[in-house]
Design a protein around this ligand. Sequence first.
Ligand code: NIG
Ligand code: FE
Length: 403
Amino acid sequence: MKLLGPFTQIVTLRGLPEKGALKDEALEVIKNGGVLLHNGRIQAVGGFESLVKMYPEATVEEITQPTVLLPSFVDCHTHTCFAGSRANDFAARNAGKTYLEIAAAGGGIWSSVSQTRACDEQTLFELTLGRVERFLQQGIKTLEIKSGYGLDLENELKMLRVIGRVQQRLGAKARLVPTCLAAHIQPKDFAGSQEAYLEWITAELLPQIRTEQLGQRVDIFVEQSAFGLAESRQFLPKAKALGFDLTVHADQFTAGSSTLAVEMGALSADHLEASTEKEIHALAQSDTVAVVLPGASLGLGEPFAPARKLLDAGASVAIASDFNPGSAPMGDLLTQAAILATYQKLNTAEVLAGLTFRAAKALKLREIGRVEVGYTADLQGYACADFREILYQQGRLKPYVVW
Ligand code: NIG
Ligand code: FE
């Protein structure tokens, strides 16, 4: 048993609901707090001095500087496994080229597919490991990572194996959640219709992923430039019938696919920049988590998703980085969440909930994302005396210690 403390403040996030708008007054802040850890779980939370008395046998890890303790963050939507760069796309976009012009000129998702296919497994492993280690330093312990830059049997499996190897290498330090995003775009070298490609995924790729136990989640990019609503409506139930949990890249440029995600019982609908009242209402009435991705808005110069409206309507809103080489190259979740908060008027409780237990819900993970008895001991400490400093510094203040 290990007792950590004393912390200037512990922001526990205890008691906050999984859905809807929150009030900062509802945040529990324990002053001079301590946390008792046992077997990777939280066994007690409270005042440090009283925990010292109650658990004299515990080994104390003394905190000697002003520190705010938070649960570790959960990044529930990333494309961290990729090779190469799309700096050329970024520059061209800022110079006025459109998404479609860039794709037609050989850029876009297909460019990352080509670069990732050309990368050998060991190099891809090293690239991915390095990026995951950077996330860990930033207080993100749980990280979803998608495939989707392979788009054929060999390369989709290569990506998912790499994610599995990174997990093995990092052991208990990280919790990686792999997702198959073979339905990212239809690969240029697939001879056949969209339906035929999606049929290939369910008939060939997903069973192999099952056999090798490389993941339990399936994602699809529903968009004019990717997969149509009708095709997606055929595909998602088949993936579900094979035992996969669903998530959807929805309403990024055109509204309409998040209602499909809800209809299909998807764990989450992600992006939502283009969602209208209809989609907001459907998400709010459902158990599907609305995942907003401010990093994609910042990378593309597009509007933010209507996070305020989603919360006010009653949705569960999570915030994720969407870290990827095309639309969201920054990969700094805390900075992005802090910026989103200023534009969408999200209070501290709503942002912290969206970065922790609500994001864990999108990954179907329980007992993650609060400093609470029985929860996993995923914790991070910031060198400040007031928890509001963390968002105030807009991402500049990073955790100095993680557990
Ligand atoms: O989440 N929207 C589709 N997929 C990614 C972009 C991936 C890419 O451009 O490489 C996204 O933004
Ligand atoms: Fe994405």
